[in-house]
Structure formats: structure tokens, C-alpha cells
Design a binder for this molecule. Structure first.
Ligand code: DGY
Length: 320
């Protein structure tokens, strides 16, 4: 029987590409660049399955133009905000993601962002690297200690729970807001807030871990930033769309916020020049899941979903 034809849109780890090539008739993107909507449509018309990353946008117009052959979008990401799930459902295209396997890696980056922001990691690195470090005193580069402070998790899903576990290691008190309260074995003593406003009021560090649904777009804005304790720290390893970046710049400039640690931005790649111009931000280029182990696991998980689908089963990570 002919192997299903699979488009892999970006360069994946060698072991993942090798397994894909063993089981599928694979088309790779050797240039490893983002395909335009027109290229994506053209490339997907002639395949049974596509394995994209969050960098490829499957909006309603793209999905509507894909033609009848494509049957599954097996994402190499936990986030699925780049895919119009309703349009996929309407077109009869199955969509899967890669949950769980990136929770540890992404939580590590949340903690790096928190510490980088609190302890002025970017400023310190730039100073030493530039050769301009010519001074030391007890008043020099004083940051904020996180030990003993309150860690507020917006979206206590898989990544949020691991980030909370790591923050507990710093003696932080964990608070969270989810629509539904977690069972005690997952809550582990964290304090549930049934409103966003109540969580914001106690978050010395606010860490975002909720999906970028249309309802959550700009959930951190001038109004909600004003509700944080003075000199709070905002950490975002989820999606840039969650934050109104102009409002964030304003709060960082005014001193309302002590700092921010950001791995994701509204515009990617590239980021936001107004944020990059500030000294009290710690910035990373969307590398939450970028470890060897995790990228292997994400690739294998996407292939597991494809294998299940082509074996006539319901893939375990089906989201549409
Ligand atoms: C994800 O999996 O959603 C990460 O942001 C990487 O794409």
C-alpha cells in the first residue's frame, strides 16, 4: 500500500525526520522558512497530511482553499491559535497538537524569564559583554528577590502547573486563576482565585500560561496591569497576543511594573522595538520548548498522532 504523503513545513530534529521518512512519503521544506499562505495552499493540495509548526497560519481562507486531499493537520506545537479550528472542523480536517511533552522545558523558560527580569539579567549580561563594567558597589544593579513572594499563574494547565512547582522551589506562594478549580492533588496547596482581578491583586510575579483564544487576546492591558501590586513582574511564555504591548511598555516606563520577562511577542519573529529599548525587560526569541529532548518528543508526538490517524484510530491529541 502506498505511504500517505506528508508535508513537513519546517526543519525538524534528525531522528524525527528519519522516522517520518520511514513511514510516510515526505515532502520537506529544505530552506526552513515560513511558507506564505499561497505556498502553503499549493503544497497542501497534493498531500494527505501536514505537520506544521505555530509559524504556519491556517486561517479560514487557507483552510477553505486546501482542496479535498488534506485530511489532517498534525501540529508540532501545543498552541493551536495558528489554526482556525472551526474552519478545520467544517472542512472535515482533523487537527492535533503536542501537549505535555513541552511542559518542563517551557516552565524552565518561565522561571528564566522571571529571574532574568527580577535580577536584571539582560542588563548585567550586556554590561559585562560590552566591556563597560568598570564599577561595583552595594548599590549596583540591585534587583528584586523572588523568594517568599507571590507567584500568580494565569492558566493553571500543564505548563502552569510545572511552572508553579518550580516557583515553589523558590519558596514562592502559588496563586492561580482558572475557570475551574483543580483537584487537591494538582492544586498542591496553591490558592485558587475565581476571578482574574482577584489573582492580579496578589501577583508579585504574574506568569501567563493560558491559550491565546480570541477571548484572551489583550487580557493583560492598561486596566488589568493597573490591578497588579506596584513593582510587580510580568512573565509571558504563552503567546504574545495575550498582552497589549503598548500598555506593557507604559507600565514598564512608569515604574508600575518592576520588569517583564518575555519569550513571546505579538510580532514574531522580530519582537517589539519599544520593548527592546527598555532596560527593565528580559527578552527571549520564543524558545520555550527549544531543548533537544523536547523537540524530539514534540516531533515524535506529532508522528504518533499521524500514525493513529492513518491506522483508522482517533489520535489522542485531537483538538478538532
Ligand atoms: C508551542 O508548542 O505552542 C510552542 O509555542 C512552540 O511552538
Amino acid at each position: 500500500m502506498a505511504k500517505p504523503k506528508l508535508l513537513i513545513t519546517r526543519k525538524l530534529r534528525p531522528a524525527v525526520e528519519a522516522r517520518a521518512a520511514r513511514d510516510y512519503d515526505v515532502i520537506l521544506n529544505p530552506e526552513d522558512r515560513v511558507l506564505s499562505a499561497a505556498e502553503l495552499i499549493a503544497a497542501c493540495r497534493d498531500v494527505d497530511a501536514v505537520l506544521p509548526c505555530h509559524s504556519e497560519r491556517f486561517g479560514a481562507e487557507v483552510i477553505g482553499a486546501l482542496g479535498p486531499r488534506l485530511r489532517i493537520i498534525a501540529n508540532h506545537s501545543v498552541g493551536t491559535d495558528h489554526v482556525d479550528l472551526a474552519a478545520a472542523r467544517a472542512a472535515g480536517i482533523v487537527v492535533t497538537n503536542t501537549p505535555d511533552v513541552l511542559s518542563d522545558a517551557t516552565a524552565e523558560i518561565a522561571i528564566l524569564c522571571m529571574l532574568g527580569a527580577a535580577r536584571r539579567g539582560a542588563e548585567g549580561d550586556a554590561l559585562v559583554r560590552s566591556g563597560a563594567w568598570d564599577f561595583w558597589s552595594p548599590a549596583f544593579m540591585v534587583g528584586r528577590q523572588v523568594t517568599g513572594r507571590r507567584f500568580g499563574v494565569l492558566g493553571m494547565g500543564r505548563v502552569g502547573q510545572v511552572a508553579a512547582d518550580r516557583a515553589r522551589g523558590f519558596g514562592m506562594q502559588i496563586h492561580y486563576h482558572n475557570r475551574r478549580r483543580l483537584p487537591p492533588d494538582l492544586e498542591k496547596g496553591a490558592i485558587h482565585h475565581d476571578s482574574l482581578e482577584s489573582l492580579l491583586a496578589v501577583s508579585d510575579v504574574l506568569s501567563l500560561h493560558c491559550p491565546a483564544t480570541p477571548q484572551n487576546a489583550g487580557i493583560i492591558n492598561a486596566r488589568t496591569l493597573a490591578m497588579l501590586p506596584d513593582r510587580a513582574i510580568v512573565v509571558n511564555t504563552a503567546r504574545g497576543a495575550l498582552i497589549d504591548e503598548d500598555a506593557l511598555v507604559g507600565a514598564l516606563r512608569s515604574g508600575k511594573l518592576f520588569a517583564a520577562g518575555l519569550d513571546v511577542f505579538q510580532t514574531e519573529p522580530g519582537g517589539n522595538p519599544a520593548l527592546a529599548a527598555l532596560s527593565n525587560v528580559f527578552l527571549l526569541p520564543h524558545i520555550g520548548s527549544a531543548t533537544e529532548e523536547t523537540r524530539d518528543a514534540m516531533g515524535f508526538r506529532a508522528l504518533d498522532n499521524l500514525d493513529a490517524f492513518f491506522a483508522g484510530l482517533d489520535p489522542s491529541d485531537r483538538v478538532a
